[in-house]
Design a protein around this ligand. Sequence first.
Ligand code: ADP
Ligand code: MG
Length: 340
Amino acid sequence: ANVEQRRAIRELPDELISQIAAGEVVERPASVVRELVDNALDAGATQVQVKLMAGGVRAVVVEDDGMGIPAEELPLALKRHATSKIRSLHELESVSTMGFRGEALAAIASVSEMAVVSRSEGAAHAHRLDARSGELSPAARARGTSVEVRELFFSTPARRKFLKTDATELAHCLESVRRHALARPDVGFSVWHEGKLVEQWRAATSEQRIKDVLGEDFFTESRTLFAENGPLRCYGRAGLPEAARSRADMQYVYVNGRFVRDKLIAHGIRSAYEDVLHGHRQPSYVLFIEIAPDRVDVNVHPTKIEVRFRDGREMHQRVRYAVQDALAQSRSAEAVAVAQ
Ligand code: ADP
Ligand code: MG
C-alpha cells in the first residue's frame, strides 16, 4: 500500500530554521522595510533613509544615525535569537522597544544577500559584515548603521513568484514607512526609489506630521480625539464622515507606538460611526493608544502586528467613546456656527 518509508528525526540546520522563520516575518520588501526601520528607531535614530531599487525587490537599504553596533557584536546581530533588547522574561513584560525577538536580521539574511555597515560611538571607523561570507572588513561612514538587503527571495523562487509589480511593492514599502512616520514625528524620514527622492518628512510636531503624511485634506476633515482613563490614554484624529473612503486604507492604530491591526479596536471605532457612516464607507483615523505594558501582550505574532489586551471589552468601549466624543464635539461646534 501507500506506506512511506520512515525517515529518522533530525534537527534542522540553522540556515533552514531561519529560512522557515523568514516565511512568517518576511512576506515582501515592505516587511524588510518595516523590520529595518524598527531597528533604526530602536537604535535612537533621528534620521532614517530608505533607499529602494525595483520596488525593494532588487534592494532595500536602510540607513540611520543611531547608536550603531560595535564590530565585535556585528556577527551576533545576524544570529537567530540574538538581541540587545531583552534579557529575561521579566523584561519582555515591560518591553518598550519595537524589537525583542532577535529574529529579523537572521530571517532576512537567510532569504537575501545582506550586508551590514555600522559604526558605534567611539569607534575609529565603521565595519562592514557580509552575511553570506561572514567577512568583516573596514568601511567608512559616520556613526550609525546601514543595512543593505539585495535580491530578496533569490533562493526561494516560490516566494519570489508572489511578489507583485515593482510599483505595487514600492507602494507597500511606502506604506510601511508612513506607518512609522506617523508614530515618530520627532524623526526625519526620506525614501528614495531608483536614486530619486520620492518622500521626505522632516522632524515635526505630531499635528504637522499627520498633515505631511496623510495630507491637509485629511487634517481639515478630521477632529482631535483625546481620552484619558487611569493607565489608558487614547489620542489622535478621527476623520469626519466626509473623510470616509471606499476602502479601509486610511486607518492607523498604534498601541504603545507600535502599528497594530486589531479587530476589537477597529470594531470599537467603527461602532462610533454607526449613525453617521452608511453602507460600505470606511472611516479614516489615526489613533494612538497608550496603555500600561502589563495590560497588553505584544508577543502574539512574529511581526507583532497583533496584540492581546488584558481587558478587551474595556478597550473596545473606551475607544468607541473617544471617537464618539471627537465626532460629537465637531457636530456641536458646527451647530454653534450655524446658530450664530
Ligand atoms: P531585535 O530587533 O528583535 O533585537 P534584529 O534581528 O532585528 O532583532 O536585530 C538584532 C540586533 O542587532 C538588535 O537587538 C540590535 O542590537 C542590533 N541592530 C540591528 N539593527 C540595528 C541598527 N540599525 N542599529 C543598531 N543596532 C542594530
Ligand atoms: Mg528588530
